[in-house]
Write a protein that binds this ligand. Structure first.
Ligand SMILES: O=C(O)C(=O)[C@@H](O)CO
Ligand SMILES: [Mg+2]
Length: 261
């Protein structure tokens, strides 16, 4: 089975964020990720990680104002200064929490600019982050998101991401490959992972449709996890789903899939 982490922004949401670390530890998770950790001071998160003997393996850079509809701002020409200020905060959290990956969300394409200007803004911001993160020994990740859930999201396929990586032309950039989003946008999951393993730094998953735990939808996770192991992927694979029941009950698939092996 892959090296699993759990996303504390989507699982264990029965309790406030600060209480999710211990619930995850009780279920055996020593690796956790948090989409936006900024609601808690970094020293408090550091002590929660230490108390529960856990490692934070991923956080997102600030992504604008989620409540008013932002889903990242890295492709937005009018918000470059705000984006880069957020990067300072993300690096500071990552350093204090010894977190070695930061995910950048392109955000939704603004209607008032051409696609060329939007793409160039995103490329410049990614290049800026790749260099700043490299100096702090942090891996830059960026994630493609499906445009059914977030219409207009700029980076929406792995093919587009790999084309952008060639244009960014920096060694410190990899894709956060989310199986849920990519099943909706592209399918062909196992082949894409296998053929682009050198460009994939992190994997997340949920079933389709519904974005719930494995065995609630159309994907064969037993085969997908076996293929991830067989292809020699050495990164982390994270549970990032909305449990269809309580989080604890939603984890039954792990045992069921492990028994099949
Ligand atoms: O929605 C996802 O998928 C994520 O990984 C989030 O980090 C985006 O906010
Ligand atoms: Mg994801």
């Amino acid at each position: 089975m892959p090296d699993f982490a759990v996303n504390l922004s989507m699982l264990f949401t029965e309790v406030p964020l600060a209480e999710r670390f211990s619930l995850a530890a009780e279920q055996g998770f020593q690796k956790v990720e948090i989409q936006f950790p900024y609601e808690l001071p970094a020293p408090q998160i550091a002590s929660l990680l230490q108390q529960n003997n856990q490692q934070l393996i991923l956080l997102n850079a600030p992504a604008g104002n989620w409540q008013t509809g932002d889903r990242g701002i890295a492709c937005q020409p009018d918000r470059i200064e705000e984006f880069r200020q957020g990067i300072t905060q993300a690096i500071s959290y990552a350093k204090e929490l010894k977190c070695s990956n930061i995910n950048i969300l392109s955000g939704i394409s603004p209607e008032s600019y051409s696609l060329e200007i939007i793409e160039n803004t995103f490329i410049d911001n990614l290049r800026f982050c790749a260099e700043a993160f490299a100096q702090a020994d942090i891996q830059l990740l960026t994630e493609a998101i499906n445009t059914q859930d977030i219409p207009g999201f700029f980076l929406s396929s792995s093919a587009q991401a790999f084309d952008l990586f060639r244009k960014v032309d920096h060694p410190n950039i990899q894709l956060q490959y989310d199986i849920y989003h990519m099943q909706i946008m592209e399918g062909n999951l196992i082949n894409t992972l296998q053929n682009n393993l050198d460009k994939i730094g992190h994997i997340q998953f949920a079933d389709v449709p519904g974005r719930h735990e494995p065995q609630t939808g159309e994907l064969n996770f037993g085969n997908i996890f076996q293929a991830i192991d067989d292809m020699g992927y050495s990164g982390v694979t994270s549970l990032e789903y909305n449990p269809s029941t309580s989080t604890a009950e939603s984890l039954r698939w792990i045992k069921l899939i492990a028994e099949r092996e």
